[in-house]
Structure formats: structure tokens, C-alpha cells
Design a protein around this ligand. Structure first.
Ligand SMILES: Nc1nc2c(ncn2[C@@H]2O[C@H](COP(=O)(O)OP(=O)(O)O)[C@@H](O)[C@H]2O)c(=O)[nH]1
Ligand SMILES: [Mg+2]
Length: 237
């Protein structure tokens, strides 16, 4: 099984060394690819310095676009599984074995890390908490499956799923509840797995200022459009 960890990174020179060291300590056998999303700092150089592969967007395209570049790379290079993990240190590579273990079950196409399946001390701000509860509730109703962390981008995907993401009109920014609804409509089987969530090691989240208001509007509209469109037909390999 060839496994690739894709690590979207925008101005993450402060946290990347720690993340990449933890990857080699706790996820040996997994190749790493940093997708440098038009960073203005030394993100690409930092990854190359420790021998990790880097692809760079010439300009900043957004976190979702960076992930899609990773899916396309994995597709072309013949990987079987993609792990998506953030470059800011919030996701803990020690959880990767549990994500991969969930994929060993043939009935599961994607394993998604959830901060809320087990209480591991993660406490979001009040505003984030309200927003997350709303979208988790909506995703639970629309997928018919309990969704506890619809905003999580810490996940392991089998090839049919990342092939689907690589080829579709993938969101360039938020990768959220709308994708969970879409995955259900596409017939993928998703399992949540308990993971830890840590504070950022440095840099800045893009969910700040007026972004949360736009987020609620955009993800709600996207869910509606996902429901209105014909269910995607999958070409399974
Ligand atoms: N902020 C931001 N992050 C990006 C972008 N492109 C890639 N990323 C990466 O996407 C991941 C998630 O971003 P982050 O801002 O931490 O989102 P949050 O964890 O949901 O608050 C991080 O690894 C970022 O480095 C971008 O355009 N903006
Ligand atoms: Mg983050």
C-alpha cells in the first residue's frame, strides 16, 4: 500500500519543522508532500531542508485548492491512500495509525478525524462551537449518519475518494459539511475516528475577521446546491 500525506501549507515556516519531524517519528512508511500555497515566507525551503517533497502554487489559491493539488499528485503517482493533515501543528501525526486502521475495514472509503468523538480536552471558542453544532446537525440529518466534526480536514482517503476529489469542482477554501453530504450522495462510506486537536504552533488561521459570516453563508449555499444537483456517478477503478 502506497500512502501519501498531503500537507497544505500557507506561511507555515514556524510549525512545519515540528510537523515534519513528528511525521517521520510517528508515521514512518508514509511519504510526505507539502503543498506550498504561494507562501510569502520560507515554507518551501523549510520542507526541502529536511528532504520532503514540495509542490508550489505560484500564487495563493486557498486551503481547498492546495488539498486538491495534493489529490491530483497522489492520483498521478499511483498512491493507494492519501492522508490529509494541516501544516500548523493542530493535527497530531500520532493519530494517523488509527485513521489507517479504520480504512482496513473494506466497508470504509474514508476515515475522518473527529475532535468530539472522545473528550480529549479540545475547547473551541463559543462562536465556533455554535457554528459547528449547526453544521454537524445538518450533516447528520442529510447523511443519515452521526457527524460530530464536519469541519475536520484530518482524514485518510482511499483512492476512489481522492480520485473523485481530484477530478471534481472541489471547493478552493472551506472543505466542510457540504463535502460530507456530497460524499454520501456519491456513495462513499465514511467513518469518524477520535483524534486530538492542538493549538496552532504559529502563523494564523484564515477563519478570522468577517470570514465566519461568509463561511456560514457559503457552506449553507453549497449544501443546498449539492442537494439540488444530480447525484454524482462514480467510475470505480
Ligand atoms: N490560512 C490559509 N491556510 C492555507 C491556505 N492554503 C493552504 N493552507 C493550509 O491549510 C491548513 C488549514 O488552514 P487553517 O488556517 O489552519 O484553518 P483552520 O485550522 O480551519 O483554522 C493549514 O495547514 C494551512 O497552512 C490559505 O490560502 N490560507
Ligand atoms: Mg488550523
Amino acid at each position: 500500500m502506497k500512502v501519501l500525506a498531503i500537507i497544505p501549507a500557507y506561511n507555515e515556516e514556524a510549525s512545519l519543522p515540528v510537523v515534519l519531524r513528528e511525521m517521520s517519528n510517528h508515521a514512518g512508511g508514509v511519504d510526505c508532500l507539502v503543498i506550498n500555497d504561494g507562501s510569502k515566507d520560507r515554507t518551501a525551503e523549510t520542507a526541502r531542508a529536511v528532504g520532503v517533497g514540495v509542490v508550489s502554487h505560484p500564487v495563493n489559491l486557498g486551503a481547498g485548492a492546495a488539498a486538491q493539488t495534493g489529490f491530483r499528485y497522489a492520483l498521478r503517482r499511483g498512491y493507494d491512500i492519501v492522508i490529509q493533515i494541516d501544516a500548523d501543528g493542530q493535527h497530531d501525526p500520532r493519530d494517523i495509525p488509527s485513521l489507517l486502521r479504520a480504512l482496513e475495514n473494506e466497508g470504509v472509503d474514508a476515515a475522518i478525524g473527529s475532535r468530539f468523538l472522545e473528550d480529549r480536552g479540545y475547547r473551541p471558542t463559543r462562536m465556533r462551537s455554535v457554528g459547528m453544532s449547526f453544521f454537524n446537525g445538518l450533516a447528520t440529518i442529510l447523511t443519515g449518519q452521526r457527524v460530530t466534526d464536519s469541519t475536520s480536514c484530518f482524514r485518510a482517503l482511499k483512492r476512489p475518494v481522492f480520485k473523485f476529489f481530484a477530478e471534481m469542482d472541489y471547493p478552493t477554501d472551506f472543505q466542510d459539511a457540504d463535502l460530507r453530504v456530497l460524499m454520501k450522495r456519491a456513495g462513499f462510506r465514511v467513518q469518524e475516528v477520535a483524534v486530538s486537536m492542538r493549538p496552532r504552533l504559529g502563523g494564523r488561521s484564515f477563519i478570522n475577521g468577517i470570514v465566519p459570516a461568509y463561511y456560514v453563508f457559503k457552506v449553507s449555499l453549497s449544501i443546498l446546491v449539492t442537494l439540488l444537483r444530480e447525484a454524482p456517478r462514480l467510475r470505480r477503478e
